[in-house]
Design a binder for this molecule. Sequence first.
Ligand SMILES: Cc1cc2nc3c(=O)[nH]c(=O)nc-3n(C[C@H](O)[C@H](O)[C@H](O)COP(=O)(O)OP(=O)(O)OC[C@H]3O[C@@H](n4cnc5c(N)ncnc54)[C@H](O)[C@@H]3O)c2cc1C
Length: 503
Amino acid sequence: MNRADMLARAADRKEPWDLVVVGGGATGAGVAVDAASRGYAVLLVDRGDFGAGTSSRSTKLVHGGVRYLRQGRVGLVLEALRERGRLRRNAPHLVRDLAFVLPCYSRWDKLVYGVGLKAYDLLAGRSGFGRSVGVSTAEVVRRVPTVRTAGLRGGVVYHDGQFDDARLLIDLVKTAADLGAVVLNYAPAVGLTRGPGGAVDGVIVRDGESGAEFRAAARVVVNAAGPFCDAVRRMADPAATPLVAASQGSHVVLDRRFLPGDTALLVPKTPDGRVLFAIPWHGHTLVGTTDEPIPAAPAEPRPTAAEVDFILETAGRYLAEPPRRADVLSAFAGVRPLVRAGGANTAALSRDHTIRVDAPGLVTITGGKWTTYRNMAEDGVDRAAELAGLPRRPCRTRDLPIHGSVAPEVRRLADADPALAERLHPALPYTAAEVVRAARAEMARTAEDVLSRRTRALVLNARAAVEMAPRVAQLLARELGRDGGWAAGQVRAFGELAKGYLV
Ligand SMILES: Cc1cc2nc3c(=O)[nH]c(=O)nc-3n(C[C@H](O)[C@H](O)[C@H](O)COP(=O)(O)OP(=O)(O)OC[C@H]3O[C@@H](n4cnc5c(N)ncnc54)[C@H](O)[C@@H]3O)c2cc1C
């Protein structure tokens, strides 16, 4: 994928696109893959980098949602479990089976959680993930050697899927491009156009790098702007009532010694009635999350001190060595686009997706979760195609493989130029070849794109990422034909951003 080429194809097209998708998160990328695989002409634009919004800030679980089961929302769990199985089949390079232990401090808990997780297995059917089982205290300790043992009465082990959200996102965007879609990052939709009959018939797109604007004519516009979808809806109808309620969720990342095994830990009930996960991820321990209603989504959400303390305190009740603020390597926040259902408690709002047509020619699709991005996209494209009167074509994504692993290409680059095999930081596994590859094949445009999403350096270890930034900026400048001043600006901007990830 080459941005200059994508920009030229987007700006020069004379005839209307079948669909223009606004927003390149899980929802928009899913819609682009679905529509392109049906043979529709698709343009996907994101105002920043692909996945820079909520879709790179999740707990990284492909899951049915055990906590929704507790809420009795069987349909939602069933749908997510079905999608969990499909995603593992279609992206086996990215989704892996992860065992979780739920530590029990009373026999009653063990019985209740054991029965609940058996129901989870039954709903999953033959989805290929491991079965849940009650285990002894010794087995809990074997799996999670750092667990607090005072009063421990065994536990329940169950299974879900784990993935890398930003990586899957880029692979989806590449899949869409392979299928003929034109995909453009740093390209905000700044306005919608209407035809003589009043229907939305195009998007004004700004090239975020040059500032130039062009109109992308569309048979239908799909608004997949996540927490910002109301702003896009207001481009068509300034009086549109808000559809989403924003809720912030944060995570902290710790050293692997806090969870040295391969099994994750599930805290089944936090003081605010949620669940908390501690998960082994890329050689580190990822802990979260929170659910804080916020009045509006900021472009760059930051974890609050109270969220970080809540996560550390809650995890500390279950770990023999409670983590402290000084142990936090990185902390990050994301904003859930929850569909409003009235009431103030966002933990109880809908995780189902919603499709809304506010004006002819404009379909908004939001809500849902990463795990269900594919069926959200299927429903969204069905609705958009119907609205635009496109020829009916069946969905093809249920068994569609998602673009494969990056490792062979990185190896090839390093073999051709051994200097690129250089490790960028002793604390993280990334090499210079990954930066070059991200720029050449994945439309990485900034140090942040490389350090936050093409690699996960920023979310794994913010200080290490800051130390990597000068070399990354230098490599990127060479690839993108930029000068030393540009590279210095990248280092400065990244340093500012990274402050928000340091506790
Ligand atoms: C803390 C947290 C943990 C989560 N954990 C999980 C999990 O473990 N598993 C799971 O299945 N789900 C999880 N989710 C849910 C999941 O992450 C979200 O449902 C999903 O990422 C939403 O994707 P989206 O594409 O709708 O939104 P986003 O990813 O926010 O994408 C919207 C995009 O639109 C772009 N945009 C906005 N305005 C414009 C414009 N004018 N022009 C062009 N582009 C624009 C933005 O830049 C952004 O990239 C979690 C969510 C949170 C917040």
